[in-house]
Write a protein that binds this ligand. Structure first.
Ligand SMILES: Cc1cc2nc3c(=O)[nH]c(=O)nc-3n(C[C@H](O)[C@H](O)[C@H](O)COP(=O)(O)O)c2cc1C
Length: 193
């Protein structure tokens, strides 16, 4: 996957206006091994407010929102680099500074067993999950601001220990809670397999 890597020309300032995604549409992107965007579907382009040309070849962190704790991206990268897929709730930043929440599945693209890039499918994050996840991320961000990623890792591990879940399991539980397992399998299971 050859693509000319480049830096975005500017970083938007968050204005805390929310974009609510359509229930039935999903956002898809692909990246190279370092997370530089090689493909974006039409809905991604519409929601993030960048043109296709602005997205191609820039790092996926172009839509990183400052409210996202760094430890969540570390968990994500550790999992996908290890060859596994991961589920995560992610708050993203659009070109004009708005935000939108997704439930993302990120996974490696493999050829002959070798990782050649990554891709991600995302759906609208359910409202009931956002109340809880926003508080968890706020707690992690505060830990990070005080003591860096070491502190936020400890805070995340402590939180997940009390639930006896991995981050990935926690995310899937939270997502499934509102739909019930049958609704999950019927509604989104075919997107996320
Ligand atoms: C396939 C794929 C999809 C990604 N999607 C997002 C995303 O939607 N939002 C985001 O902030 N980071 C996403 N990332 C992670 C970014 O590459 C990056 O690690 C993250 O934004 C943190 O940026 P930073 O390391 O510069 O702080 C994705 C990575 C991959 C491999």
């Amino acid at each position: 996957m050859d693509i000319q890597r480049r830096e975005p020309s500017r970083r938007p300032i968050p204005n805390y206006q929310e974009i609510i995604l359509n229930k039935k549409d999903f956002i898809v992107s692909r990246t190279d091994l370092k997370g530089y965007i090689t493909y974006a579907n039409d809905y991604f382009i519409e929601i993030c407010e960048y043109d296709k040309e602005e997205l191609m070849g820039v790092n996926h962190n172009i839509i990183r929102h400052p409210d996202m704790p760094r430890i969540i991206f570390k968990v994500l990268w550790d999992r996908i680099k290890g060859g596994d897929k991961v589920f995560a709730f992610v708050k993203n930043l659009t070109k004009t500074g708005k935000f939108y929440w997704v439930l993302a599945e990120v996974e490696p693209a493999k050829k002959n067993g070798e990782i050649i890039g990554y891709y991600s499918f995302r759906v609208r994050a359910p409202r009931y999950a956002l109340k809880e996840i926003s508080e968890v991320y706020k707690m992690l961000l505060e830990a990070e601001e005080g003591g860096g990623m070491k502190a936020s890792k400890e805070a995340l591990d402590d939180f997940l220990d009390t639930k006896k879940l991995t981050y990935d399991e926690y995310v899937q539980r939270l997502f499934k809670r509102g739909f019930g397992l049958r609704g999950f399998l019927r509604g989104f299971g075919n997107i996320f397999r």
